[in-house]
Write a protein that binds this ligand. Structure first.
Ligand code: DX5
Ligand code: ZN
Length: 222
């Protein structure tokens, strides 16, 4: 059984109060922080990059006793270019987009050579088949459940067959879903076999984030 991991997306936080808001999520039971890096080229939005990740790492040092895992979702063209920077800034995993690279396996090797976990994401229009040859080399696969670029979009339930197909082929792989996850959509995602749940808007607007994070986790554990 794969472990449920809940990863609030800091894109939905108030960036002026980023450190405090991240602590709040981790103190309320979040396992990872999901960090959306956007370059204004691969996606039509610009978010943040290595300098902010580096500041956040000083605020949240790596720890064996407290969650401190930085899950970096790289929505960038030329993902090869930023691996070293993200490793130096304090990232723990590096998720590149399949659509952005010519040689995904070489990129996986590069990512691992920098001590990072390697993950590959597919956009809604990309077939899940492209992940099959990569699965055994990946630490995680990310099935996007919105078009990447913005938080607060509607969950695409029609992506769930991709998750089901991946789960059947790779029973032990971390399978992440990202976009539109919350109380109403978690049953579909968890039922399909996703175990790493990114939740931005739902976590950061929750009146009780602890209760929400627990709810998401319980659905994955069912
Ligand atoms: C979208 C990002 C997501 C986004 C999710 O491009 O990859 O991580 O922040 O936000 P919500 O949970 O609000 O859909
Ligand atoms: Zn993301």
């Amino acid at each position: 059984m794969v472990k449920p991991l809940i990863a609030p997306s800091i894109l939905a936080s108030n960036f002026a109060d980023l450190g405090c808001q991240c602590h709040k999520m981790l103190d309320n039971g979040a396992d990872w922080l999901h960090i959306d890096v956007m370059d204004g080229h691969f996606v039509p939005n610009i978010s943040l990059g290595p300098p902010i990740i580096s500041s956040l790492r000083k605020e949240i040092p790596r720890s064996d006793t407290k969650p401190s895992f930085f899950d970096c979702h790289m929505m960038v063209s030329e993902p090869e270019k930023w691996v070293e920077e993200i490793a130096k800034a304090g990232g723990d995993s590096y998720t590149f987009h399949y659509e952005a690279t010519k040689d995904p396996l070489a990129l996986v090797k590069l990512i691992k050579s920098h001590g990072l976990k390697a993950a590959c994401a597919i956009k809604p229009g990309t077939s899940v088949d492209v992940l099959y040859p990569l699965g055994e080399y990946l630490d995680m696969a990310l099935v996007m459940t919105v078009e990447p670029g913005f938080g607060g979009q509607k969950f695409m339930a029609d992506m769930m067959p991709k998750v089901e197909a991946l789960r059947t082929k790779f029973p032990k792989l971390n399978i992440q879903v990202d976009g539109g996850l919350g109380k109403e959509t978690i049953p579909a995602a968890a039922g399909a076999g996703a175990n790493v749940i990114v939740a931005g808007t739902s976590c950061f607007t929750a009146t009780d984030p602890r209760e929400l994070i627990e709810f998401l986790r319980e659905n994955v554990s069912k």
